[in-house]
Design a binder for this molecule. Structure first.
Ligand code: CAA
Length: 288
């Protein structure tokens, strides 16, 4: 459903009552993509489903344009507090599009900085969840790793099999996969092209949880709803703090975290959250 929450306040018996109504928001009206579907849930969650079944959701350039367009729109939408990215039961995405890439020549790959644009997905500020069923290979695995949380269906398989094509990961696999599972296992996977099953991916910390595949998207939406129910600016700060752990030394990271922590005391939502705790009630976030 393309919907957004509108809040209207009315005075009733000296109490202000906030009414929530739902309506289509103009930025999504009439939008349709060839390679993905999307929904905006009334509880502040965007759901994007990669839809290129004939090629197991292989990530061609047109698919990137579609994903980037809708995810950027959702990221800018203040009513959306979390985004779920998923694929089909068979494949989250089976990698960059091999047929589209195969004839490229080096000067063009270099001068266009081929595939660099995918990093824009990792730069989204809204918390993102990849809900992975089936294959997440090559660029598909890399796309999942650009999200903040990966939830896996029990039949999911992850891998960086580029070596079997005579190439190597090009959308972050050698870096993010290694940070997620450690050097030895990442080396083995990237040098053999073998796949990793969901359970192992969970044990090694690549994915947050494994759930039955048929429950995966609902589970991801539930998790996203929980995140979207928090104060938006505070969730963004929390995300920024965690991400700093991958970019800095421990000392710099700890100082950065503390500064962000201090900055939460400049928000109305910190006051509201702590008052609500003392008053034993649910906080009413102002997102300010
Ligand atoms: N690119 C383009 N087309 C792809 C594709 C890809 N990455 N993966 C699958 N397809 C296509 C197949 O060509 C096939 O199309 P046709 O029916 O027209 O032949 C269709 O999807 C179905 O695939 P299969 O018949 O191969 O299905 P399968 O169940 O037998 O095998 C699979 C599934 C193991 C995932 C196999 O398709 C496969 O190995 N795919 C390639 C995986 C891969 O190497 N990914 C890395 C790509 S390179 C990359 O991603 C670089 C990077 O770092 C960015």
């Amino acid at each position: 459903m393309l919907a957004s929450t509108l809040r209207r306040s009315v005075k009733k018996n000296n109490f202000t009552v906030t009414l929530r109504t739902f309506c289509c928001t103009t930025q999504y009206k009439g939008l349709k993509y060839d390679n993905c579907n999307f929904e905006v849930k009334e509880y502040g969650v965007g759901l994007v489903t990669i839809n290129r079944p004939k090629a197991l959701n292989a990530l061609c350039d047109a698919l990137y344009q579609d994903l980037h367009d809708i995810i950027t729109k959702m990221d800018k939408d203040e009513k959306i507090g979390a985004i779920v990215l998923t694929g089909s039961d068979r494949a989250f995405a089976a990698g960059a599009d091999i047929k589209e890439m195969s004839d490229k020549i080096y000067p063009a790959t270099y001068s266009t900085d081929m595939l660099a644009w995918w990093e824009n997905i990792a730069k989204v500020r809204t918390p993102t969840i990849a809900a992975v069923n089936g294959f997440a290979l090559g660029g598909g695995c890399e796309l999942a790793m650009m999200c903040d949380i990966i939830l896996a269906g029990d039949k999911a398989q992850f891998g960086q099999p580029e070596i079997k094509l005579g190439t190597i990961p090009g959308m972050g696999g050698s870096q993010r996969f290694t940070r997620a599972v450690g050097k030895a296992r990442a080396m083995e996977m990237i040098l053999t092209g073998d796949f990793m099953k969901a359970d192992e991916a969970c044990t090694r910390g690549l994915v947050s949880r494994v759930v039955p595949s048929e429950e995966l998207v609902d589970d991801a939406l539930k998790t996203a709803k929980k995140i979207a129910g928090m104060s938006r600016p505070i969730a963004l700060l929390a995300k920024e703090a965690v991400n700093a752990a991958f970019e800095t030394t421990l000392d710099t990271g700890l100082r950065f975290e503390r500064r962000l922590f201090h900055s939460t005391f400049a928000t109305q939502d910190q006051k509201e959250g702590m008052s609500a705790f003392s008053e034993k009630r649910t906080p009413a976030w102002k997102h300010k």
